[in-house]
Design a protein around this ligand. Structure first.
Ligand code: HEM
Length: 406
């Protein structure tokens, strides 16, 4: 019998520096590798496309409900914030999942593109007004992350002043480190206060629409759908934005685009989804019973993680298997199957509008560091830049522009 290979430690700092080395080590184990998400927290990680689709689509074999796993995890484990059960779409299966997911889809369907565009433009102006006069900025801490907090706050009908609090709490939650429990508690407190306020005084905003949805969600269920919207939306989109900005600033083809050149912003976004997808490892499933799966015996109550990062990295390198599936170089960064990201259209609009508007305000933006000297935040789940320092000619945006929200 061949020895069991050691678990690949996705919590190590080295993973942020060079995830591809870790993906190669997982892939060397086969379609499904053994990993640790935090010290002592074991997981199976799927790095092969056909196996990933089999997990994502086979709801009879795999569940999204983490509760059996939770009984095996030490209290205070840093990954609990991202993985513990709540009554929301992400952790539900079958009919319960459809009920929750429908409320979220209906909620986002009410957000008109022109309205979202106006909110993004306004958020860009507010942020450029803060750092523009200085002639330098960190586009992660001062642009991408607060932009998402401002956009969500405005969709929630909250004042801008709440944005920084929200951004800090969600950041700690995603890093999955020592501050994760605090980040989870702070994010949950923010959402609870928000939903309580909307229950008392409904408005024309996302939480009020959820409270009023014909599915009849309880207040508790509304809290957790809003929490999911924030958790699933804030960090991945901020990271998609900053990862795309780093590519654009590091590549003259894109930069000339913005002044009438060759390549559109959507190309940079697609490149990110292929090479630095922001939700690097997630899609967490659990086998309902012991199962032999693509060469690995999978035990129940152990997370089966889809490595969107590895799948995108290895895309096109899969052996062709004409009978089942042609060779496919596309990424799976929005997932597949019943839990596929329901908000891709809005996300792409936010990111492309934010980049274009920023470049309109600051057309001479240039990176302070070459791309290879940028560093990445630790954490098993995301691909997230630590900072993206830039400089430019100092600029103060004027008043509200036509087409912006107030
Ligand atoms: C406004 C921004 C976003 C919102 C509100 C949002 C919302 C959501 C929600 C509610 C789900 C759960 C759906 C379900 O369980 O049925 C989901 C799933 C997912 N989203 Fe998004 N999302 C956003 C942006 C992104 C971005 C930028 C990415 C990465 C490129 C992404 C990738 C995914 C993936 C891979 C899933 C599958 C769930 C999983 O891996 O467990 N999303 N999203």
């Amino acid at each position: 019998m061949s020895p069991v290979p050691p678990a690949v430690r996705l919590w190590e700092d080295g993973f942020a520096r060079d995830p591809y080395r870790y993906y190669a080590a997982l892939r060397a184990q086969g379609a499904v590798g053994r990993a640790e998400l935090a010290p002592g927290v074991a997981a199976y990680v799927v790095t092969e496309r056909r196996a990933a689709l089999d997990v994502l689509r086979d709801t009879r074999t795999f569940s999204h409900d983490p509760r059996p796993w939770e009984t095996t995890v030490a209290d205070g484990s840093p990954v609990l914030g991202m993985m513990r059960w709540r009554p929301n779409a992400l952790f539900a299966d079958d009919a319960a999942h459809v009920r929750y997911r429908t409320t979220l889809i209906d909620m986002f369907d009410r957000v008109e593109p022109y309205d979202l565009r106006a909110r993004v433009h306004r958020a860009v102006r507010v942020l450029v007004a803060r750092f523009g006069p200085r002639g330098r900025a960190d586009l992660v801490a001062e642009f991408a992350r607060p932009l998402m907090a401002l956009v969500f706050n405005s969709l929630f009908g909250l004042p801008d002043s709440e944005g920084d609090r929200l951004g800090r709490a969600l950041g700690k939650l995603w890093e999955g480190g020592a501050g994760a429990a605090e980040g989870e508690a702070e994010s949950a407190a923010y959402v609870r206060e928000l939903v309580a306020a909307k229950e008392e005084r409904p408005g024309d905003d996302l939480p009020s629409w959820l409270l009023d949805h014909p599915a009849g969600l309880t207040v508790e269920e509304v809290v957790w759908q809003v929490f999911l919207t924030l958790g699933a939306g804030h960090e991945p989109t901020a990271n998609l934005l900053s990862n795309a900005l780093s590519r654009i600033l590091g590549n003259p083809d894109y930069r000339s685009t913005l002044t009438g050149g060759a390549r559109p912003v959507t190309d940079a976004v697609t490149e990110v989804l292929h090479h630095e997808t922001p939700l690097a490892n997630y899609g967490i499933h659990y086998a309902r019973a012991p199962v032999s799966f693509h060469g690995t015996r999978i035990r129940p109550a152990v997370p089966v993680v889809i490595s969107y990062g590895a799948l995108a990295h290895f895309a096109g390198q899969e052996p062709a298997d004409g009978a089942r599936m042609p060779r496919d170089a596309s990424h799976l960064s929005w997932s597949a199957g019943p839990h596929t990201c329901p908000v891709t259209r809005h996300t792409l609009l936010i990111v492309t509008e934010a980049v274009e508007r920023l470049m309109q305000w600051l057309p001479d933006l240039e990176p302070v560091l070459p791309r290879e000297r940028l560093s990445w935040r630790p954490g098993p789940f995301h691909r997230s830049l630590t900072a993206l320092p830039v400089r430019f000619g100092p600029r103060s945006p004027g008043r509200r522009q036509p087409g912006e929200s107030a």
